[in-house]
Design a protein around this ligand. Structure first.
Ligand SMILES: Nc1nc2c(ncn2[C@@H]2O[C@H](COP(=O)(O)OP(=O)(O)OP(=O)(O)O)[C@@H](O)[C@H]2O)c(=O)[nH]1
Length: 299
């Protein structure tokens, strides 16, 4: 009676858990799947029985990944980790999966048991958090954190390709008075419009980011000569200046732009940013709505 009760409980768990379960024989042919796995994968049990679980492979992992999985499983009797599978409708989805070797009383492996949970919702939250950590909510642009990491990569790329990178530090002129005169909401919309204008003016390999407040940066990759940076700075000033209507206010945003060139003005992202910031202050000193390079130190 005890054995019966136990087997009844076991099948209750197998049928009612929301964890997907696959049982295979030692040659990895599927011998049983539970309803939760069928719901998760979109396959009917008959479509899976006698097949190899590889029918659910998403193509997102290479051969070495599965080889390592089997190696671990054979060596320790266990594998667990994140794995991308494919549903019957072709959609790839992430699961957290635990595979164990089931042994008989003499210690021989007789079956493999895979238990998995669909972690699509967890992944979506993770991706959202990751995006929030690296982007500015108002403009959708990369933030300082993301920007500094990307700049590091573009400097390394410039070294390999023997090209230069220009960093343009864009700070709006008298932005405070826009906030003060028309309110913060108008100021916010202006910042979002500036972000769009900066983005549409540069090429896709260039990067626009918001450092904070009314400070933006633009990096120009694969730069061959200093004049290209000057040309883009002029173009940005002109594009920004175009009048726009926000809540019935006609505004023409102006900015001061500081230009720093890699490697001449700095060898690291931080040095380059400091040089571009200094150059931006030079543009402010010269009366705003213009661009400048870093002033050379007095000799
Ligand atoms: N609307 C809005 N304002 C912001 C935001 N972040 C910072 N600010 C405001 O932006 C203004 C930045 O002013 P500053 O750059 O110091 O000075 P400015 O008035 O632009 O003058 P100059 O830079 O000297 O030409 C401050 O008034 C901040 O309160 C934001 O997210 N939204």
């Amino acid at each position: 009676r005890h054995r019966l009760a136990r087997s009844w409980t076991t099948s209750l768990v197998f049928d009612h858990t929301d964890l997907g379960i696959i049982v295979t024989d030692t040659r990895a042919n599927i011998v049983a799947v539970n309803p939760a796995y069928c719901r998760m994968s979109g396959y009917a049990a008959e479509e899976l029985i006698d097949h190899n679980p590889r029918i659910q492979q998403s193509g997102r992992h290479d051969k070495a990944f599965y080889r390592e999985l089997w190696r671990t499983l054979q060596a320790s009797g266990q594998w667990q980790g994140e794995i991308w599978n494919r549903r019957r409708n072709g959609e790839a989805y992430p699961v957290w999966q635990n595979i164990s070797a089931v042994r008989d009383s003499r210690g021989r492996v007789v079956q493999y048991l895979a238990v998995m949970s669909d972690i699509t919702p967890v992944k979506a939250v993770q991706e959202r958090l990751d995006h929030l950590a690296h982007h500015d909510a108002l403009t959708g642009l990369p933030n300082r954190l993301h920007f500094m990491a990307a700049l590091e990569r573009s400097l390394a790329h410039a070294d390999r390709e023997r090209t230069s990178v220009a960093l343009l530090f864009v700070d709006l002129d008298h932005f405070k008075s826009i906030n003060d005169s028309f309110g913060h909401a108008v100021g916010d919309q202006l910042l979002a419009a500036v972000a769009r204008r900066l983005q549409r003016t540069v090429r896709s390999e260039d990067m626009v980011a918001r450092l904070g407040g009314d400070e933006f940066v633009v990096t120009l990759a694969n730069l061959r000569e200093r004049d290209e940076a000057v040309r883009i700075a002029r173009k940005l000033l002109a594009e920004l200046q175009e009048a726009l209507d926000i809540d019935g206010q006609r505004l023409a945003p102006a900015a001061s732009i500081g230009i720093a060139l890699y490697p001449g003005d700095g060898g690291t992202p931080a040095e380059l940013l400091a040089a571009a910031d200094e150059a931006m202050y030079e543009a402010k000193r010269r009366g705003r709505h213009t661009f400048a390079f870093r002033p050379s130190p007095p000799s």
